[in-house]
Design a protein around this ligand. Structure first.
Ligand code: FAD
Length: 520
């Protein structure tokens, strides 16, 4: 809309009213009279000498009611004095003036007039008259204001929204953003939208490219942003597109469309942290239940194992007695046989009480994730023991076919052993290193501690059931590594202790890749 200012148009040149042979003088009058624009001609003091039909129609004044009056008759007296002063200053310099004035019709109703005043300069260079032209732009102004109000409303709603909102053009340049988005710039650096879109593009691949190229909306997707030295952030990002018709004059009869991308970003880091804490707690509960059952299995299996020895000796003794009595009835022998029979029954009952190992389906398991879970589960013990942890995940896809619960238990057992070993050593480094590495056809995990290490002659023995270097006082049955070996064997892998490592103990676990997973 034209602003109520005084544009510096060209100075009006005095010109002799040349009559064009092709345009008779009365034609000028007819043309002015019938023009759709309100036209008036005044003397040098703005007293109206002539007003055309459109002027009469817009203002409501008849020709005889208006002629002789000053143009100020139209003033509603709310237009600032400064506007009139600048109007007069401009036209007195013989320059045209254009601006907006609040006018009042004969019936008192107001309207907004877009007024242009041009001085009429005589051959002597004097301003003798003024030509006034105006049109009612009340409706245009109302619509413009309405659009402006809506824009302001939308901007304040967008600005107050609790999610980050950003509008990008097709070259991913930011056109509009809100307060939440500005906060993200502080957190993630410039330009968060471009960074998030790049992650989405990498994450979704061709699906993203197709949707993007065809301007199709993308429903909320989770995006993870890792920044060195800062906690991982999670965002839920959704893309919607809208198109705008080009407002340029050249596109008036040839509409061009422009596409804009609206990206809404919701920070879900806290939610993710809560979900993760919940998952780790459930995993901890599951593992502790599994440990309880494993403990029961160990205790009962140990008791059966311990009882079997003396019972076998008693059976041997009973057989010897049987041979010696040579058919004669020996009450003591019968009593012994009965005791052995009953003991065997009790032993079988005891064996039957050993709980079954839980059966979990084999599935693709990401070892990096398992090891991270194990570190989370043992964080308390590691911190309590003041152990420095060095964790090196495999850079490649580290997927094996396995049982997530058993694999978690396996590595938790190895980490627990490592913590105990470090605690056993007084002084020196207190370190735990875990590394997962991709080999040609398998994954290799090292669990290294800076404890006292395992002597060479015990390297194989430690995997035997009921073998322990820790003694009964430490409540160890010596089944931890035996169980670990059982799990590794069940997964088609191997476990051993590196004889070449002398700074503590290094346990190596090798597990075959999941079928169908290609590795370089
Ligand atoms: P005024 O006393 O008329 O003027 C206010 C200020 O304008 C003064 O302080 C002075 O600086 C300046 N001024 C006024 N008259 C003169 C003059 N003759 N010489 C030098 N400076 C002067 N006004 C409208 O409100 N609506 C219109 O549609 C409109 N159309 C106009 C069309 C033409 C062709 C011209 C020449 C003027 C038009 N005016 C219009 C301006 C109008 O003449 C008045 O100046 C204005 O309405 C203010 O009136 P006023 O009675 O409030 O103050």
């Amino acid at each position: 809309m034209t602003k109520p200012t005084t544009p510096h148009g060209p100075k009006t040149q005095p010109s002799a009213a040349k009559s064009d042979s092709n345009v008779p003088p009365h034609l000028f009058r007819q043309a002015v009279e019938q023009a759709a624009l309100a036209i008036s001609i005044t003397d040098a003091h703005a007293n109206i000498l002539y007003a055309n039909s459109a002027f009469q129609r817009i203002t409501g004044y008849e020709q005889n009611e208006i002629v002789g009056h000053n143009e100020s008759i139209l003033s509603y007296r709310v237009t600032p004095k400064l506007v009139y002063e600048s109007l007069w200053a401009q036209i007195q310099r013989q320059r045209p003036w254009n601006g907006l004035l609040v006018n009042k019709r004969k019936d008192g109703n107001r309207y907004l007039a877009d007024v242009t005043i041009t001085p009429v300069v005589s051959e002597d260079g004097d301003t003798t008259h003024y030509l006034g032209m105006h049109r009612d732009v009340t409706e245009v102004h109302r619509l413009e204001r309405q659009v402006q109000n809506q824009k302001t409303l939308i901007e304040s709603v967008v600005d107050a929204a609790q999610v980050a909102i950003v509008l990008l053009d097709e070259k991913e340049r930011v056109l509009l953003d809100n307060q939440e988005y500005k906060k993200l710039i502080g957190d993630l650096g410039k330009e968060p939208a471009v960074r998030l879109l790049a992650v989405l593009r990498a994450q979704m691949g061709e699906v993203f490219t197709k949707a993007y190229d065809k301007h199709r909306n993308i429903a909320a997707r989770e995006v993870c942003i890792e920044t060195a030295g800062r906690p991982t952030r999670w965002f839920s990002c959704a893309i919607s597109w809208f198109e705008e018709h080009d407002v340029g004059a050249d596109a008036f009869y040839d509409p061009q469309r422009r596409h804009y991308l609206l990206l809404t970003i919701q920070d879900i880091s806290e939610l993710k942290r809560q979900q993760e804490a919940l998952r780790i707690n459930s995993l901890r509960a599951l593992l502790s239940e599994q440990e309880r059952i494993q403990g029961l299995r160990e205790t009962l299996a140990g008791a059966v194992y311990q009882l079997e020895g003396p019972l076998n000796m008693l059976s041997a003794a009973a057989k010897m007695m049987e041979r010696k009595r040579e058919g004669s009835d020996l009450p003591a022998a019968s009593a012994l046989e009965e005791a052995i029979r009953q003991s065997r029954e009790v032993l079988e009952t005891l064996r039957g009480c050993i709980p079954e190992q839980g059966i979990e389906a084999m599935q693709p398991v990401n070892l990096n994730e398992v090891l991270v879970d194990v570190l989370k589960l043992t964080t308390g013990s590691l911190l309590g023991a003041g152990i420095v942890v060095e964790w090196t995940p495999s850079g490649d896809l580290s997927v094996v076919t396995g049982n997530p619960g058993q694999l978690t238990n396996l590595f938790k057992q190895l980490v627990t052993n490592a913590i105990e070993a470090v605690n056993d050593r007084r002084g020196g480094q207190r370190e735990l290193r875990i590394a997962c590495t991709s080999r040609a056809d398998h994954l290799e995990v090292f669990v290294e501690d800076s404890g006292p290490g395992i002597p060479d002659d015990l390297r194989y023995k430690v995997f035997q059931p009921f073998f322990t270097t820790k003694g009964a006082a430490r409540q160890h049955l010596g089944l931890g590594l035996a169980m670990a070996q059982e799990v590794v064997t069940r997964h088609g892998g191997t476990i051993d202790i590196d004889p070449g490592y002398h700074n503590g103990c290094r346990v190596r676990v090798q597990l075959p890749f999941a079928a169908g997973v290609n590795h370089v």
